[in-house]
Ligand binder design. Structure first.
Ligand code: FBP
Length: 553
């Protein structure tokens, strides 16, 4: 593999770790836990993994020889910077415990466990991937582990490879499933443990015990660099409005963090749109107001950030999407009839005629291209794939339309020329920032310790992440602690609560306090590229979100 000069140097980086993990480690058992809600129900579903204590790893203890153990690892869901470092931390942690320990990677995500596709991760292979982005060491996938048949197939391969524990690196759903798997294996007395690690660039797997999911830091820094570059271009040419959609399937954490880093003229926050029950037209009218105000100050340019999930938070669009999901759900007669149609026009007519009155009107009011995008293939969970809906173009088209109406009425002379962008894949596989490289490596090491201690149904967690990494605290958190019951696809299910942006938390408040000024004045900040060498204030800084949440700024 040919490597860039930077890759070669970066490969030599030794991730910084909490002091507690550097030498001999002892485990400190904390308090027993309860789930965040629906305690009785969660306890009933997870009799073996409910209520387990929090654990913390501290300096000290006497090194004891640990028996040889084999471990399997799975990367689940969308790529996030740092995944390779979780694996290298896990590998090194296992090696530290016993040189004979082996690590197997299941290929292509959870399906690798079920179809018995795996690779032994040797030191040579792991060394190739240290501090690199991507999940290509073993690949990832979105297969859900939720059937007993799948669990039993997993058991077969674990027995064959003498695997003692499986580490699932994934988001909220994958970690929920990891806990179900842990419970199943305990009920079966299989002796196989399951440990989770919090991953997703979306930043929505976080709670009292999990400060952040890995990959969020790097992805936001990459997007903020790009946004800053566009801002500088906008401010130089002074002729374009840039509408930039940012990944984040549901929550707007990425948009909010990028806004805090770059100070755009507009940043929509889906959670606020939902809380205020804003309509699409109101959002457009607000955008037109900002554009017009800036034009009045001779600033015929600007930057607007749009969260990927926005469309599903606008009440009338949410209702439309829910109805479309039912109409086009796999196996439904209506979906078959829709799929049998050939032309776009026929399909459009079919949908219009089969939706309820109000939703049908909303569908008809959308630009044809966007309406079509809403009817495209669903993801494996039956949801519309928001990353494929061009919300940024939808908003541009609607702003143009509104301005042209106002022009005809003689109410405005604003010049509006807009360009659209979508930043998502640009950041998901970026080489991890120091924060993510260190954080992920520490998560991997923590997972190895949880396994050695016989834990199952726990998530590795690193806390105090805005302090220098030496002071970080390595813990294990029972996954049931993060769960509540939610309705999913018509059934009540135990799931890890997804963390949306909270309007009463410090990051949103900091944004809300400044956005009026950012809207009218050009206050752009240009963060520049991620730095790996140099002053710690530049290289090791945590996200603004974390710093605000922890009262550091
Ligand atoms: P995860 O939640 O699995 O980490 O994935 C996050 C994400 O990057 C979202 O931001 C985005 O909507 C989605 O993945 C896109 O996934 P895909 O590339 O599989 O369509």
């Amino acid at each position: 593999m040919t490597k860039s000069a930077l890759q070669k140097e970066r490969a030599k980086y030794s991730p910084k770790m909490p002091k507690a993990l550097q030498g001999n480690v002892k485990i400190v058992i904390g308090k027993n836990t309860e789930s965040v809600a629906d305690q009785e129900e969660i306890k009933r579903i997870f009799p073996n993994t409910y209520g387990m204590p929090l654990v913390t790893f501290e300096e000290g203890g006497v090194p004891e020889p640990t028996p040889v153990m084999n471990v399997g690892v799975i990367l689940s869901g969308g790529q996030a910077p740092g995944g390779h470092n979780v694996i290298s931390g896990l590998f090194d942690g296992l090696q530290k415990l016993n040189k004979e320990n082996k690590l197997y990677g299941f290929l292509g995500g959870p399906s690798g466990l079920v179809s018995h596709k795996y690779l032994e991760l040797t030191a040579e292979i792991v060394d190739e991937y240290r501090n690199t982005g991507g999940f290509d060491i073993i690949g990832s996938g979105r297969t859900k582990l939720e059937e007993e048949e799948q669990y039993d197939k997993g058991l077969e391969i674990c027995k064959a490879l003498n695997i003692k524990a499986i580490v699932v690196i994934g988001g909220d759903d994958s970690n929920t499933n990891a806990c179900v798997l842990a419970e199943y294996y305990l009920q079966k007395n299989s002796g196989i443990q399951v440990i989770g690690c919090p991953k997703t660039i979306d930043g929505d797997l976080k709670n009292e015990m999990i400060e952040t999911s890995f990959g969020f830091d790097t992805a936001c820094k990459v997007y903020s660099e790009l946004i800053g570059n566009i801002m500088r271009d906008a401010n130089s040419a002074k002729k374009y409005w840039h509408f930039i959609k940012l990944m984040g399937r549901s929550a707007s954490h990425i948009g909010l963090e990028c806004a805090l880093q770059t100070q755009p003229n507009v940043c929509l926050i889906s959670e606020e749109v939902a809380a205020k029950e804003q309509t699409l037209q109101q959002i457009v009218d607000d955008l037109v107001a900002v554009i017009s105000n800036r034009a009045a100050h001779k600033e015929n340019f600007g930057v607007a950030l749009i969260p990927e999930g926005l469309i599903e938070f606008i009440p009338e669009m949410k209702a439309l999407i829910a109805e479309l999901n039912d109409l086009l759900a796999e196996g439904h007669a209506t979906a078959d009839a829709f799929n049998a149609l050939v032309t776009d026009d026929e399909k459009r007519e079919y949908v219009i005629n089969h939706l309820a009155n109000e939703t049908s009107k909303v569908f008809k009011s959308l630009p044809k291209g966007i309406a079509k995008q809403l009817t495209l293939d669903r993801d494996p969970h039956g949801n519309v794939q928001v990353s494929r809906i061009e919300t940024e173009r939808l908003l541009i088209e609607m702003v143009e339309k509104r301005l042209s109406v106002l022009k005809k009425q003689g109410e405005t002379r604003v010049k509006f020329s807009a360009l659209s962008h979508f930043f998502g894949y640009e950041g998901r596989c970026a080489a991890p920032s120091n924060f993510d490289a260190d954080y992920c490596y520490s998560l991997g090491q923590t997972a190895s310790l949880l396994i050695a201690d016989g834990k199952s149904g726990y998530m590795a967690s690193i806390q105090h992440t805005t302090a220098p990494s030496e002071e970080w605290i390595a813990t294990g958190v029972p996954i049931t602690m993060m769960m509540n019951m939610e309705r999913r696809h018509g059934h009540m299910k135990p799931v890890i609560q997804k963390a949306l942006v909270r309007l009463d938390d410090a990051p949103f408040k900091a944004f809300a306090a400044n956005r009026a000024a950012w809207a009218i004045h050009t206050s752009y900040v240009y963060p520049g590229p991620i730095q790996y060498w140099g002053p710690s204030t530049v290289c090791d800084a945590a996200t603004k979100t974390l710093q605000l949440e922890q009262g550091k700024i």
